[in-house]
Design a protein around this ligand. Structure first.
Ligand code: BES
Ligand code: ZN
Ligand code: MN
Length: 500
């Protein structure tokens, strides 16, 4: 899809459709909407009076110009309440309008930049939000369908009257497009079935992302994983014939300042059957997405390649299936992580923490001092928070705050849960240093704390995305399926930490 920024008057355009907007409660439209209303002899005002056009968010009304304007179709997009309008709303409105126009069968349209007029948003930020909303909102995963059923939007022209805003808008669009595409890469990986999105395929995508950039890719195979002493990761991987991969992407954006670093770790379980502690049929159905944390980390690195921020980023994705093959690890086994800590396997289905344990050891050994791990770790996080927010945990409040703030800034909700030391007794083992499971309660917390056992002296935060990584219906900027949460937070975090 092309997103163009053009100077001009939207009322004069002759695109297949033009989009103007309206805040809820406004009865006399002004600005571009007022100009179009005038050309239509007050048709928009009439439809507001009759209650057809409400300005409510999601109220997108198509009217025909019947020769009174160059464009055949006019869409009046509802922006919602003006005092509630922000960049999140801008993203959602652009996504919703684009899907609406696609459903009408139109493949190209012109639009005003929602929020940049009386909405009062900064033009560059509004343009970034628009591009993110368009790229994310129009996403679909239909490569395996002979006929996808819906046409695609080929071009969107953002029409701005004020010449002085054009450059800011162009820059915002470029950034938003790069971010949206990074999110969509993560979604593609999460939506791809597990027979295709294997660890090997993930490593190939990491190669695609790094090719032609200054980023360095390292991929360790099964024997190298074992040689490195990653017994915790290797233990999970031994139940499958599918070759595991330990994927590492290094972005050296600030080589003179090794302290200016960020470790991004993502759980890469390409299919989670549960292992010998096998899941139910229903529990297994979406487990192709158990590599979404890793997908988000790789997607983030695509955006980092585009923006080249002045910060050292080490991305690590331990990728394997969790299968009950004939060599599968058993409940009660003891494995040894790369840092020498021993773990008794209380449940083979608690595998995410096992693969992340060695990823964390590796990051700490490489000198990374600020770490975020992203994982579809526990069903329990969905019991606690539903899909309303990603669960956040950590060992350092300042660092957790930075991550949560990055999330707030981009509209990916995060909610912190406690990591009191008193929970640690839940996962003590009779025969090893720790066990990989806690008791009946606080499953998301004990899962997080078990990962944290391997954080060494680093500042570490953990994002449990088990309940936010997929949506069962189109919701705002997220079409049904994989959401790509929290790629935008990670990109924001990396770029905001970067030195000028
Ligand atoms: N990948 C699952 C968690 C999950 C559940 C993600 C539902 C998305 C949707 C994880 O590996 C798992 O199986 N966790 C167990 C942990 C338990 C055995 C301690 C769980 O949540 O039941
Ligand atoms: Zn899992
Ligand atoms: Mn599991």
């Amino acid at each position: 899809m092309q997103i163009n920024t053009v100077e001009g008057n939207i009322a004069e355009r002759d695109d297949s459709a033009i989009v103007v907007n309206l805040f809820e409660g406004v009865t006399r439209p002004g600005g571009a909407t007022g100009a179009v209303d005038g050309a239509l002899d007050g048709a928009i005002s009439d439809l507001i009076e009759q209650g057809d056009i409400t300005g409510k968010k999601g109220n997108n009304v198509l009217i025909y110009s019947l020769g009174k304007l160059n464009s055949t179709r006019i869409i009046v997009a509802g922006l919602g309440k003006s005092d509630e309008f922000d960049l999140n709303a801008a993203r959602e409105v652009n996504a919703g309008v684009a899907r609406f126009i696609r459903s009408v069968g139109v493949n190209s349209y012109a639009t005003v930049l929602h929020g940049a007029g009386i909405g009062g948003l900064d033009p560059s930020a509004a343009a970034q939000a628009a591009a993110e909303g368009l790229v994310m909102g129009l996403y679909s995963f239909d490569k395996y369908k002979a006929d996808s059923g819906s046409k695609s939007i080929e071009s969107v022209n953002i029409v701005e009257f004020d010449a002085e805003k054009i450059e800011a808008i162009r820059n915002g669009v470029k950034r938003g497009k790069d971010i949206g595409e990074a999110v969509n890469l993560a979604r593609d990986m999460g939506n791809e079935p597990a027979n295709i999105m294997t660890p090997t395929r993930m490593a190939e995508i990491a190669l695609d992302v790094t090719r032609g950039t200054s980023m360095e890719l390292t991929v360790l195979d099964r024997s190298e994983i074992e040689e490195m002493g990653m017994g915790s990761f290797a233990g999970v991987a031994q139940g499958t014939e599918e070759p595991p991969k330990f994927i590492v992407i290094k972005h050296e954006g600030d080589p003179d300042n090794p302290g200016n670093n960020l470790g991004l770790l993502g759980k890469g379980i390409t299919f989670d059957s549960g292992g010998l502690d096998i899941k139910s049929a229903a529990g297994m159905l979406t487990m192709k997405s158990d590599m979404s944390g890793g997908a988000c980390v790789i997607g983030t690195m695509k955006a980092i390649a585009a923006f080249n921020p002045k910060i050292n980023v080490l991305a690590i994705v331990p990728a394997t299936e969790n299968m009950p093959g004939r060599r599968a690890q058993r409940p009660g086994d003891v494995v040894t992580a790369m840092n020498g800590k021993t773990i008794e396997i209380g449940n083979t289905d608690a595998e995410g923490r096992l693969v992340l344990a060695d990823a964390l050891c590796y990051a700490v050994e490489k000198g990374v001092t600020r770490i975020v791990d992203v994982a579809t770790l526990t069903g329990a996080i969905g019991v606690a928070l539903g899909d309303g927010a990603t669960g956040v945990f950590g060992n350092d409040q300042d660092w957790v705050n930075e991550v949560v703030e990055a999330g707030n800034k981009v509209g990916e909700r995060m909610w912190q849960l406690p990591t009191y030391a008193s929970y640690k007794s839940e996962y003590s083992s009779d025969i090893a240093d720790i066990r990989n499971t806690g008791g009946r309660g606080a499953g998301a917390i004990t899962g997080a704390l078990i990962i944290g056992e391997f954080a060494g002296d680093s500042q570490w935060a953990h994002l449990d995305i088990a309940a936010t990584t997929r949506t069962t219906s189109d919701k705002g900027i997220n079409p049904k399926g994989s959401t790509g949460v929290p790629v935008r937070t990670l990109v924001e975090l990396a770029t905001s930490l970067a030195s000028e």
